[in-house]
Design a protein around this ligand. Structure first.
Ligand SMILES: [Zn+2]
Ligand SMILES: [Zn+2]
Length: 124
C-alpha cells in the first residue's frame, strides 16, 4: 500500500508536514475525545469476560480469511457495523465477528479513511 504524500498541516500558517491532514498539535480534538469514551467500553467486564470470549468460542477463526479459504486463528473481536458510541450495536452479539490481527487492521484503516472523508465534507 502506498503511503499518502506528506502535506503541510491544514491549520492556517502551520508548515508542519503530515499525512493525516493536521499535525498532532492542530488535529481536531473533539473526534478523539469521543473515541476515547468508547474505548473505555472495551475495559468493561461485559466485554472482557463475556461478549469477547463468547464470540471467540463461537468463531475461533478469522471470518475474512475464511472467505478466501484460509484458516487463521482470530485475535480480535470486531464490530461488523462500527458502533461509534452506540451501546446497542456494541453489545449485540449479532454485530460481532472474529478477525485476525491483519484483517482487523485493514478494516480499521478503511473505516478511518471513510471517517476522514466525512469530516472533510462537514468542513466545506
Ligand atoms: Zn499544525
Ligand atoms: Zn484474517
Amino acid at each position: 500500500m502506498a503511503l499518502k504524500p506528506l502535506r503541510p498541516c491544514r491549520h492556517p500558517g502551520c508548515q508542519v508536514l503530515t499525512r493525516e491532514g493536521w499535525c498532532p498539535k492542530h488535529r481536531p480534538q473533539h473526534k478523539r475525545r469521543i473515541s476515547v469514551a468508547w474505548h473505555r467500553w472495551y475495559l468493561l467486564p461485559l466485554w472482557t469476560d463475556k461478549l469477547r470470549p463468547e464470540q471467540l468460542l463461537r468463531e475461533p477463526f478469522c471470518r475474512e480469511c475464511a472467505k478466501s479459504g484460509v484458516r487463521t486463528y482470530a485475535a480480535v473481536v470486531d464490530h461488523i457495523r462500527p458502533f461509534r458510541g452506540d451501546w446497542t450495536l456494541f453489545t449485540d452479539p449479532g454485530n460481532l465477528q472474529s478477525l485476525c490481527k491483519s484483517c482487523h487492521d485493514r478494516k480499521t484503516a478503511l473505516e478511518q479513511a471513510q471517517d476522514r472523508r466525512e469530516s472533510d465534507k462537514y468542513r466545506r
